[in-house]
Design a protein around this ligand. Structure first.
Ligand SMILES: Nc1ncnc2c1ncn2[C@@H]1O[C@H](COP(=O)(O)OP(=O)(O)OP(=O)(O)O)[C@@H](O)[C@H]1O
Length: 265
């Protein structure tokens, strides 16, 4: 069953079109990857879906136009994790994660349990009483994701949640996102790591210059031709434990006539 539908999302700034008519439909329980090179429009699309920026087109959550919901109702139904690290505040990690409960408007046992669960999911129990502005960048990234999880919204929009993390934490976050989806949540996650996208996402949307280039199962989207055309890289493609990996290997490849013919088809 579809949870999120977006029709022809278009975002313009001045003369520039940052997102150009992107449509998508995301099922309940789906882990959906947004991929594409720097400047492709992934964050802009996510911000439009989160209703944080004026845009054309409509996004609906369970059939209701997100733009018609009050900000508070919207904030209980979708959690948004922004790119980057703008939250080095003098708050304890626990109080920061509890900000995720603000849209619910009450500090009850269920809310406190949600905060505890989010801290445990991100292995932050030992850091819960530490100040956020005294954590490392990666620890703060885990706290930011914990705050988004504490919302317990049916939809999570996460912009590069693993960008600051070491390999262990990258994998543990992706495994956690999969478990959240198994509970029925839907997640749109922006990723630059193509192997993580390939292994963990049900489907990926490849963006380039504001447009959707390809959408579908990772193995159908992360083809040598698409990677060469959109990222301008050649990659090593392989399989381990029956899962596909994609390792970018060389930039600015020489034009390969066979791949050009595949891309043109
Ligand atoms: N306020 C703005 N005005 C004009 N152009 C903007 C504005 N914000 C972003 N852009 C441009 O829009 C394009 C898309 O930006 P966006 O942040 O959505 O890309 P992205 O795919 O998330 O990139 P990255 O992987 O680098 O985070 C970029 O070329 C960027 O320079």
């Amino acid at each position: 069953m579809t949870l999120l539908e977006a029709d022809a999302i278009t975002l313009r700034r001045g003369a520039a079109t940052l997102v150009d008519g992107v449509s998508l439909a995301i099922a309940r329980g789906e882990l959906f990857g947004l991929i594409g090179p720097n400047g492709a429009g992934k964050s802009s699309l996510l911000r439009a879906l989160a209703q944080l920026v004026p845009h054309e087109g409509e996004a609906r959550l369970a059939g209701t136009a997100l733009a018609r919901l009050s900000p508070q109702a919207r904030a209980t139904r979708l959690a948004y994790l922004a790119q980057g690290d703008q939250a080095a505040w003098p708050l304890t990690v626990r109080d920061f994660v509890a900000l995720g409960r603000l849209p619910h408007g009450r500090n009850d046992a269920a809310g406190r349990a949600a905060v505890d669960a989010a801290l445990a999911h991100m292995h932050l129990d030992a850091l819960a009483e530490r100040r956020l502005d005294r954590l490392s960048g990666g620890e703060r990234a885990l706290a930011r994701l914990a705050r988004a999880l504490a919302v317990e919204a049916p939809l999570l929009l996460a912009d590069e949640p693993v960008a600051a993390l070491d390999p262990y934490h990258q994998l543990s976050v992706m495994e956690l996102l999969r478990r959240q989806c198994a509970l029925g949540r839907s997640i749109v996650v922006v990723l630059h790591d193509l192997t993580l996208a390939s292994r963990f996402c049900d489907r990926v949307l490849l963006m380039h210059a504001g447009r959707a280039v390809a959408c579908g199962e990772p193995r159908r989207v992360l083809t040598p031709a698409n990677l060469q055309r959109v990222y301008q890289v050649q990659a090593m493609h392989g399989e381990h434990e029956a899962q596909a990996y994609v390792l970018p290997w060389r930039c600015r490849p020489e034009p390969d006539p066979a791949l050009q013919a595949e891309a043109a088809r």
